[in-house]
Design a protein around this ligand. Sequence first.
Ligand code: 6PG
Length: 243
Amino acid sequence: MPSPEVRVFKDLEELSRQAAEDFVNTVERSDLSARPFAAALSGGSTPQRFCELLASRGVSLPWPRLHLFQVDERCVPPDDPRSNYRMLREAMLDRLPGVQFHRMQAEWPDREAAAASYENDLRTTLGTESGAWPHLDVIYLGLGEDGHTASLFPETAALAERRLAVCANFVPKLNMYRITLTLPVLNAAARVVFLVSGAGKAEILRQVLRTPAPPASLLPAQLVQPSGSAPTWYVDEAAARLL
Ligand code: 6PG
């Protein structure tokens, strides 16, 4: 397994600017005429500035030809303050007419049906062959202080999911359900980029990047090992303090 690329930036603003440039470069390197370009974005707070910059006038992208998916969603209404969709809508989607955004309908009472519907949308949009995993061009992930990523939390059922591409996951520590892409989809992506910011992430980042663990003890973020290339880590100095 090649070593992950770790890029350290002064602060969240610079990290976000570089991540937005990374996104533009990834789009420009892809052949939009050959197949749909698909990216997946995480929720939480770290990616907010990155998303704002993507929607800024300084960034020119063929948005109607790009498909944006969600990495995960909290099972709350789309206008709930906890909704990842609400963050993405306010940070970027409201300013990007024409972008093909695929929302996880995590507010459905039948969470398994919501996950299945999203998997169908993902597979249909990407033209995924039966028996294969949906192949996204790039997935932007965050890192929780417990080592979770997406909504794949330690010791939760979704972490072991190897049949579904999208599943519902109950997270006991939050006492809430989430809808999330599963590890096989994360690892089938052409590129995975982690965005990690803040002193509060320094210890977990050190564990994830510098503390090898036996396979049975790997943290969720350590299980993200895309077959194409090792993840790229965009981190700020505060989060990189212990590296
Ligand atoms: C979510 C995210 C989650 C997030 C991490 C980091 O729904 O919360 O998908 O995996 O990326 O928890 O969150 P912060 O960026 O807010 O630290």
